[in-house]
Design a protein around this ligand. Structure first.
Ligand SMILES: Cc1ncc(COP(=O)(O)OP(=O)(O)O)c(N)n1
Ligand SMILES: Cc1ncsc1CCOP(=O)(O)O
Ligand SMILES: [Mg+2]
Length: 224
């Protein structure tokens, strides 16, 4: 399961585009995962939107995650749900979800990370990794030292989220993240497809650098 580039939709940052259009552009640019995140829509609209994004992500071979709402995720046939520390506890979601349904959990330290693992999480997101203007209540960034600590404590896929863009994504991967979740770096850009492609290129190169450094991949030969 690839989590390299995980794009979260946002009605305020998304330049007036619908969640569906943000998702369509994200997958056209190579996003591996799309999350529908909306705190304002009524449940019926959220479900209609989720069904549309389910279709476009399935066609593209990308994963589809719904933020907060296990009920909507299940009704739309999403691949999973993302839960924060104040949302439905992961063990409750696990008990309700069918086998194979993905549950992601936001964590801020090693204790929250190990608790989420015990509760049955499938992936973790260090939230926020850096400070961000996109989520008003996100608080200060936990930073790369915390990311490294979590990486060395848990084996689950680990994402960075918050304040990540082309300028710092390679550092986040080098610190041990399996991928990054972004809002403004993709859906906030005028050319969201190109922005996603650029992020993917940087992530892929950063992962290749790590493999070379670990001796598991031969470097490209230097051209004469
Ligand atoms: C991939 C990912 N990581 C973190 C979050 C934040 O979740 P949460 O802390 O529950 O905050 P809200 O997004 O619900 O405001 C996320 N949504 N996705
Ligand atoms: C949804 C969310 N959860 C933690 S930070 C964040 C917003 C990240 O937005 P950006 O990528 O624009 O910093
Ligand atoms: Mg939440």
């Amino acid at each position: 399961m690839a989590y390299d580039l995980y794009v979260v939709t946002d009605s305020e940052v998304g330049r007036g585009r619908s969640h569906f259009d943000q998702a369509r552009l994200a997958v056209a640019g190579g996003a591996d995962v799309v999350q529908l995140r909306d705190k304002q829509m009524c449940t019926a609209d959220l479900l209609r939107t989720a069904r549309g994004i389910r279709a476009v992500t399935s066609t593209a071979g990308a994963l589809f995650i719904v933020n907060d709402r296990l009920d909507v995720a299940l009704a739309a046939g999403a691949d999973g749900v993302h839960l924060g520390q104040d949302d439905l506890p992961v063990e409750e979601a696990r008990a309700l979800a069918p086998p194979g349904f993905l549950i992601g959990v936001s964590v801020g330290d090693v204790v929250e990370a190990t608790t989420a693992v015990v509760g049955g999480a499938d992936y973790l997101a260090l939230s926020p990794t850096f400070s961000t203007g996109t989520k008003a209540d996100a608080g200060p960034g936990h930073g790369l030292r915390t990311l490294r600590e979590i990486r060395s404590s848990v084996a689950l896929p680990l994402l960075g989220i918050g304040g990540i863009g082309p300028e710092n994504v390679a550092e986040v991967i080098a610190a041990g993240a399996d991928g990054v979740a972004v809002v403004s770096a993709v859906v906030g850009q005028e050319d969201a497809v190109q922005a996603a492609r650029r992020m993917k290129v940087i992530i892929t190169a950063a992962k290749a650098d790590l493999l070379v450094a670990s001796g598991r991949l031969m470097p490209d030969p230097v051209q004469p």
